[in-house]
Design a protein around this ligand. Sequence first.
Ligand SMILES: Cc1ncc(COP(=O)(O)O)c(C=O)c1O
Length: 352
Amino acid sequence: MAIIHGGQLSKVAKQFGIPEQEWLDLSTGIAPFSYAISAIPEKIWQDLPTISPSLITAAQQYYQAKFCWPVAGSQQLIEKLPSLWNDKNSAIKSGKIQHAYLPKVGYKEHQRAWSLAGYQIHFYQDTLPDNVEKNSVVVVINPNNPLTDTFSIQQLTQLKAHCQQQKALLIIDEAFADIFPSEFSFVPHLTNYNENNNDSANDNDNEYDDLIVLRSFGKFFGLAGIRIGFACTTETWRDIIKESIGPWSINGPALFIAEQALQDRQWQIEQSLRLEKYSKKLQELIKSHLPNVSIKANALFITVFLDNAASVYEKLCQQGVYVRLTDEQNALRFGVGNDQQLQHLTDVLNKL
Ligand SMILES: Cc1ncc(COP(=O)(O)O)c(C=O)c1O
């Protein structure tokens, strides 16, 4: 299954015969404003990386997680989860067909991972599944990429109860969730975040172990290249993930930068406001040039639905503007741009 992602500019540049440096690349949902990296001590480059308790504390506080562990981008774990789940779940050894429930439109790496592992894929979209097979897997992408649609805590709580009943693994991919207020995240609902509040209801809750929320660091902090993300999960899964990724798969500079960024509340507040502002500017720009299209937007990307999306994509590429044509070929996803990028886009749209 060949998956097309945004961000493969060199390929597209070659295809359209325009030098890479002349392109406006809005093909990803990675923030165009990056966390400013402070000087990285030489020792961090020299030493083997250590996942320090202070990083874990910073991540626990930022994600409101009782248990979490870093990974080399959430993609690392998306690829590993089928084999980890097969190992954990003894029912899978029976040789029966296994089932995975995925959004029809959404980040396709989940589908690839579970298909490769031989799972039968079932799609849903607007309504969460409520009748899943025993020992199956349910993936929710919240907010959806590229549709921006979201599910509420109430809807996810119902799904969690159903998954618990069916002994299913529930994976919630919150790669873009940092743009929302903290109440949006399902992480505090995985386990009892507040350790002092261990009453019997929570003990019951803890019997259900198979819940993982994936958090991407690169998108909101604008540093996708350093390859770090976090799994927020139960104690059991934290240990499985820790064991599986080994001691050194996340590089020292990434650990160092993430620890600072996750604690920098002031920067995070400013970044949220900045992204909101630039998303609005982008929406206005698109609406003024394409008045009759429907747009779904969040603070990191906007998805524009067009009857002729593929031909508009082609025209933009001919002008050196790279956006993401959705797999369904019915929409274009524009990553939020900075002032210079918005000006470039305005100039091109004026010409078209
Ligand atoms: C919904 C979603 N989940 C996960 C990822 C993986 O991101 P990363 O590995 O950088 O955390 C992406 C990347 O685009 C994504 O769109």
